[in-house]
Design a protein. Structure first.
Lengths: 391, 173, 439
C-alpha cells in the first residue's frame, strides 16, 4: 500500500553511457542509490541537473546534465556582424557582464590590430574590477545562503546596489551593461564618476570586513567548509580549472599578471592563493580578491589619463582572414574567445571558453567521498553561472 | 511541599483507561498495517501510564511515557518504516498451530478467573500505604539501596547491547 | 457552581491542588488562549526581527507595520486546498500534526507562571514535561511516513533522530538542576547553613527551592550551573529543530523535510506546534535556571520599597510599548491610503497604554492600600510578568540564532549531540553531585 517508488533503474537506463560505475564495484550494490538533483532546485544556481550515485549518504560519483539554458549564442554569432554580437556576449555570464564584453572587444581588437587608447583602458579596468567585486558579492551571498546563513545575502546585495548604480549612470543598464565597444568605450565617464568610485571604495572596505566578521571565524562555517570539496593543484591544472578555484589550490596563476591585457601591468596588486584547495580556502581567496580589486580601482581612478576613448576603427568592421584566441581573467576564471574571421563582416566562428563550464568538471573530483549536504556547498563554491556553462 | 492528591472519579477513570488499554491491545493484533499496530500500542502504553497514576505511582507513570512511548515506540516505528513490509500485507494469514494457541488462551483465562475469585487476599496491602508524594524518593532509595547490584547489572547489559548495535551497524571497524 | 468559583479565590495553591475543576478548566482556557496569542505574536516578531537583521523591513502592508500579517497568513492557510497524497495512509496523515500539537500544548498544564498560577502542580512536573515533549517525535515520524515519498521520510527520520539524541543531553542537564534543589554543598559555595533536604521534581517546588536558597540555579555551584544551562540552551534549540540545527527542514537541501506534503491548515498546525514547543522548552529553562517567576535580585535589593519599584515594571513595559506604537503612528505617511492604518495603530497604542495604566494602578494600589484582593492581583501580575519576560528573551535569542548562523550538516549535528553534549552534561552531573555533597 505504501510503496515508495524506486526510479533509479529508469535513470540508469536513460543514460547508458553514464560512467557512474566506480572501479571497485562495477554494479550497483543494494545500498547504493541514484538520485537526481535539479534542474529545479533552489541551490544549483540555475538550471543544472546533477545525478548523484550515493552509498547511503556518501557520494560515489556524479554526472552533470547541462544544456537547460542553451541558447545557441555561438551559432547566433555567425549571423551577426561583429558589432551586433557585442550585446549577446553580456548574456552569457550575466553576473559579470562587463568582463564578458571586455574579453570580446579585446579579441576583435586584436583581430583588427588596433589598440584601445589609454583612457579607454583605464575606464575598462575600473568597470571590470567593479564588476569583479559585484560578482564576488553575489557569490558570497548565495553561497552563504546555501550553507544556511541567511543574512549575508542581504548585506552583499545591499552593497552591490552601489556598483549597479554606478553602472547605470555610466551606460544605462545595471546587469547586462554592454559597456564597451570594439576599439574603446562609447560613453565618456559621467560628471562625478571619479568621485563616486572613490566614495564607493571607501564605503565598501568596511563592508567586506563585516562579511568576514560574520563568517570567517564562525565555528559552524568552518565545520561546513574546511576540508570540503578538496582539489589538489595538480588535479586542478589537469582538469583545466582556472580562477579562484585554481588559486585556492595553491597555483599562483592569474591572467592579469601572466598575460597582462588592457594596461593591467600598470597596476600594483597581489594574487591571493590558498593552501588546501578546500571550500574555506576558496572563500578566503575570493574575499582577498575583492580587496585587491579595490586596490586596483583606487590606483586606476587616481590616474585616469586624458585623451580619446575610442580608437580609429572602421565603421564596417571587416577583419582580415585569420583567427585569434584572447582570454581574460573574468571573476570566475579564464574567459576566452576564439574568433575565426573569413574576411566578411560576420565572424565565421566564435567559440567561447567559459570558465564555469570547465570548472564544473571539477565537481566530480571534489565531491567524491563527501556527503550529500556538501554537494550543495561545493556547487556554490565553484561559482558557476549556467548562462555561461550552457551559452 | 505537595500534599497527596485526593482521587477524583476513580471508577470512571479506571474503566476508561483499562478499556482504552484493552482496545489498543486488540487493535495491535488485528490491524494489517504495521504502523497502525504501532500507534495502537502507543495508545495502550499511555493508558497504562494513566493506570500507574491511579495507583499513586507518578514517577513510574512519567518514566513509562518517556521511555516506552517516547523512546521504544519511536524505535519500533523507525524499524517498521525502514523495512518494506508491503509483501507481508498481501500475504495470506496463516496460523496452523491455532489449537495450541486456543488452549493457552483458555488456560490464561482460567488463571485470571481464579485470581478474581480468590479476591484481594492474594495481594499485599502495603501498596496503599505509600504516600504518593514520596513515590520518586521511595523508588530512588530502593533502586540505589536494596537493588543496587541488579541496577548495575542492568546498566552493563544495556551497554553491551549498545556496543553490539554499533558494531553491527558500522561498515568498517 | 458559584460556590466552586468563589471558594478558590481565597486560596494560594494551584487549582489542581485545591481540587477545583472549574478553575482548572478556566486556567486551561486562559493558557490555551495565551499560548495561541503568543505563537501568533512570535510569528510576527520572527518575520519582523529577521527582516531587520537583514536590512529590510518585513511585512508592512497588512495592518500597520504588518501587525495583522499573521491573521492574513492564517486566513490564507485556512482557505487553501487540502491536498492529501493519493497513495498516503490517510488516517496517519491526518493524525500526525494532531499528535505534535497535543504534545506541544499538553506540557502547559505544569508550566508555573507563579506559585499558584499554574493549572496543576504535579509532583513529577519536570518529568512530565520531558516525557510529553518526547511524544512530539512520534508526530514527526508519522508525518514523514504518511507522505509516502522518499524525501519526507528521510527528513522525518533525520529530524526525529536529532530530537532523540538531544533529549539525552537535555535530560542530563535537567537532572543536574534537580540535584541542586536538594544539595547545598559544605561551605565553599557559602551555603553551609542550609541542610540537605529532599529534592523535588515539581516545577513550582524547583522555583521555591531557588527562592529559599536565594540563588538562581544559573549561578549556583558556579560554573556548573552555568554549564548545565548552556547545554540545555543548545539542546533545546536542537530539540525544536531550529537553526542552526534545522537541516531536516531546510529548503536548499535534498530532503525538504517531513512537512513537504502538508499544505494549508495542516502545515500551520506543525508550525503552531513548533512555536509552542519553543515556548515550552524555554519555560523549562527559565524555571530550572533562571528563577522562574522571581523578580531580579529578590535578596540583594529586598524590602517593600524595592518590591514596589519592581512591581512597576509590568505597567511601565506596556506604557513603553504604547509609546513606541504612538511614535509609529506619528510617523505614518500622511496620505489618504494610510488613514485606516494610522487609526488602527493609534487605537492599538491606546490599548497598550490602557493596559499599562491598569497594571500601574494595580501595583500602586497594592502598595498603598493593604487590601488582600489587590495584593493578590499584583502578586499574580508580577509573577506572570517576570516569567513571560524571561521567556521573551529566549524567543528573541531563537530568532537571533536563526538570522546569524549557517546550519550544521547532519552528521556534524549528531556528532555534536553525542560526542560533545553528552560527555559534558555527564561531567556536569557528576561534578554537581560531588560538589553538592562534599564541597
Amino acid at each position: 500500500m505504501n510503496e515508495i517508488k524506486d526510479d533509479s533503474a529508469a535513470l540508469k537506463n536513460e543514460f547508458t553511457n553514464l560512467d557512474l560505475e566506480t572501479p571497485e564495484k562495477p554494479y550497483l550494490d543494494s545500498n547504493e542509490l541514484i538520485i537526481n538533483m535539479g534542474p529545479q532546485h533552489p541551490a544549483t544556481h540555475g538550471v543544472l541537473r546533477v545525478i548523484l550515485k550515493l552509498d547511503g549518504e556518501k557520494v560515489l560519483g556524479t554526472e552533470c546534465v547541462i544544456g537547460y539554458l542553451h541558447r545557441g549564442v555561438e551559432k547566433i554569432a555567425e549571423n551577426r556582424t561583429y558589432t551586433m554580437f557585442n550585446p549577446y556576449v553580456d548574456r552569457m555570464d550575466y553576473v559579470a557582464a562587463v568582463s564578458n564584453g571586455l574579453g570580446y572587444c579585446l579579441a576583435i581588437e586584436k583581430l583588427l590590430n588596433v589598440e584601445a587608447p589609454a583612457r579607454a583602458n583605464y575606464i575598462r579596468v575600473i568597470l571590470t574590477e567593479l564588476n569583479r567585486i559585484a560578482s564576488h558579492q553575489l557569490w558570497l551571498g548565495t553561497h552563504a545562503l546555501d550553507i544556511g546563513a541567511m543574512t549575508p545575502l542581504f548585506y552583499t546585495f545591499r552593497d552591490r546596489e552601489e556598483i549597479l548604480k554606478i553602472f547605470e549612470k555610466y551606460c544605462g543598464a545595471r546587469l547586462t551593461t554592454h559597456a564597451f565597444r570594439i576599439g574603446g568605450c562609447q560613453y565618456e565617464t559621467y560628471a562625478g564618476f571619479e568621485k563616486e568610485v572613490k566614495n564607493f571604495v571607501q564605503f565598501v572596505r568596511p563592508k567586506i570586513d563585516e562579511y568576514e566578521e560574520l563568517l570567517t571565524t564562525n565555528r559552524i562555517w568552518l565545520e561546513r567548509t574546511k576540508n570540503v570539496g578538496v582539489i589538489s593543484g595538480a588535479d586542478a591544472i589537469a582538469l583545466g580549472v582556472t580562477g579562484p578555484v585554481l588559486r585556492a589550490s595553491g597555483v599562483k596563476w592569474d591572467l592579469r599578471k601572466a598575460q597582462p591585457y588592457s594596461r593591467y601591468q600598470n597596476f600594483e596588486f597581489e594574487i591571493p592563493t590558498g593552501e588546501n584547495g578546500d571550500t574555506y580556502d576558496r572563500y578566503l581567496v575570493r574575499m582577498a580578491e575583492m580587496r585587491q580589486s579595490l586596490r586596483i580601482i583606487e590606483q586606476a581612478v587616481n590616474a585616469i589619463p586624458e585623451g580619446p576613448i575610442m580608437a580609429k576603427v572602421p565603421k564596417v568592421i571587416k577583419p582580415a582572414v585569420g583567427e585569434i584566441y584572447q582570454s581574460i581573467e573574468a571573476p570566475k576564471g579564464e574567459l576566452g574567445y576564439f574568433v575565426v574571421s573569413d574576411g566578411s563582416t560576420q565572424p565565421y566562428r566564435v567559440r567561447v571558453r567559459p570558465p564555469s563550464f570547465v570548472n564544473l568538471q571539477a565537481l566530480d573530483v571534489m565531491v567524491r567521498g563527501m556527503l550529500v549536504a556538501d554537494v550543495v556547498a561545493v556547487i556554490g563554491t565553484l561559482d558557476i553561472v549556467l548562462g555561461e556553462v550552457d551559452r | 511541599m505537595n500534599p497527596a492528591m485526593t482521587p477524583v472519579a476513580t471508577p470512571f477513570f479506571f474503566y476508561f483507561l483499562s478499556g482504552l488499554a484493552i482496545l489498543g491491545g486488540l487493535l495491535v493484533i488485528t490491524r494489517r498495517n504495521a504502523v497502525h499496530s504501532a500507534l495502537a500500542l502507543i495508545v495502550t502504553l499511555l493508558a497504562v501510564a494513566g493506570l500507574y497514576l491511579m495507583l499513586y505511582a507518578p514517577f513510574v507513570a512519567g518514566v513509562q511515557i518517556i521511555v516506552y512511548a517516547g523512546g521504544i515506540m519511536v524505535l519500533f516505528l523507525f524499524v517498521i518504516m525502514l523495512v518494506n513490509l508491503e509483501r507481508t500485507i498481501k500475504e495470506r494469514q496463516f496460523n496452523r498451530i491455532w489449537p495450541v494457541g486456543l488452549a493457552a488462551g483458555c488456560a490464561l483465562l482460567a488463571l485470571f478467573l481464579a485470581v478474581y475469585a480468590k479476591g484481594k487476599s492474594l495481594f499485599p496491602e502495603q501498596a496503599r500505604g505509600l504516600a504518593e508524594g514520596n513515590n520518586t524518593q521511595q523508588i530512588g532509595e530502593m533502586l540505589y539501596g536494596n537493588y543496587m547490584f541488579a541496577f548495575e547489572i542492568a546498566s552493563l547489559l544495556l551497554l553491551v547491547a549498545i556496543l553490539g548495535a554499533v558494531i553491527m551497524a558500522k561498515k568498517r571497524i | 457552581m458559584l460556590n466552586s468559583l468563589m471558594s478558590y479565590l481565597g486560596s494560594n495553591v494551584t487549582p489542581g491542588e485545591a481540587n477545583n475543576q472549574l478553575w482548572a478548566l478556566i486556567y486551561v482556557l486562559i493558557i490555551f488562549a495565551g499560548v495561541s496569542v503568543a505563537v501568533i505574536a512570535m510569528n510576527w516578531l520572527e518575520r519582523k526581527a529577521l527582516a531587520h537583521f537583514q536590512v529590510r523591513l518585513g511585512p508592512m502592508r497588512v495592518g500597520p507595520h504588518g501587525l495583522l500579517q499573521p491573521i492574513a497568513d492564517a486566513v490564507k492557510l485556512l482557505l487553501k486546498e487540502d491536498i492529501i497524497p493519493s497513495e498516503s495512509d490517510k488516517f496517519v496523515f491526518w493524525i500526525a500534526p494532531l499528535i505534535g500539537l497535543l504534545a506541544a500544548f499538553t506540557v502547559y498544564t505544569v508550566v508555573p507562571f507563579g506559585p499558584s498560577q499554574a493549572v496543576s502542580d504535579m509532583n513529577i512536573g519536570i518529568l512530565f514535561m520531558l516525557g510529553v515533549s518526547s511524544l512530539a517525535v512520534l508526530g514527526i515520524v508519522m508525518a514523514g511516513w504518511a507522505s509516502n515519498s522518499h524525501y519526507p521520510l528521510i527528513g522525518a527520520l533525520r529530524s526525529s533522530a536529532q530530537m532523540v539524541s538531544y533529549e539525552v543531553a537535555m535530560g542530563m542537564a535537567v537532572v543536574s538542576a534537580i540535584l541542586m534543589t536538594s544539595l547545598h554543598g559544605a561551605g565553599i559555595y557559602g551555603a553551609s547553613n542550609l541542610s540537605d533536604g529532599t529534592g523535588t521534581l515539581s516545577m513550582i517546588g524547583i522555583v521555591q527551592a531557588q527562592q529559599e536558597q536565594q540563588v538562581w540555579f544559573l549561578f549556583k555551584f558556579f560554573p556548573l550551573g552555568l554549564v548545565a544551562f548552556v547545554i540545555f540552551a543548545i539542546a533545546m534549540v536542537a530539540e525544536t529543530n531550529r537553526a542552526p540545527f534545522d537541516l531536516p527542514e531546510a529548503e536548499s537541501e535534498l530532503t525538504a523535510g517531513f512537512h513537504t506534503e502538508y499544505s494549508g491548515l495542516r502545515w500551520s498546525l506543525f508550525m503552531l506546534a513548533e512555536y509552542a514547543a519553543m515556548i515550552a522548552v524555554s519555560s523549562i529553562a527559565v524555571t530550572l535556571w533562571l528563577g522562574g517567576w522571581m523578580r531580579p535580585f529578590p535578596h540583594w535589593l529586598s524590602g517593600s520599597a524595592w518590591d514596589f519599584i519592581f512591581s512597576l515594571f509590568p505597567g511601565l513595559t506596556f506604557l513603553g510599548l504604547g509609546a513606541i506604537a504612538v511614535r509609529g503612528t506619528l510617523r505614518m505617511p500622511k496620505h489618504e491610503y494610510f488613514r485606516v492604518q494610522t487609526i488602527g495603530l493609534g487605537a492599538f497604542a491606546l490599548v497598550l497604554a490602557g493596559i499599562g495604566l491598569l497594571l500601574l494602578a494595580i501595583a500602586i494600589g497594592a502598595h498603598s492600600s493593604g487590601r488582600e484582593a489587590i495584593a493578590r492581583a499584583a502578586d499574580a501580575m508580577n509573577n506572570i510578568y517576570w516569567f513571560v519576560t524571561k521567556i521573551a528573551v529566549f524567543m528573541y535569542l531563537f530568532i537571533w540564532y536563526r538570522a546569524t548562523w549557517p546550519r550544521y550538516r547532519f552528521d556534524q549535528l549528531m556528532k555534536v549531540g553525542w560526542k560533545v553534549m553528552l560527555p559534558i552534561s555527564l561531567g556536569v552531573l557528576i561534578l554537581t553531585a560531588i560538589v553538592g555533597v562534599i564541597a
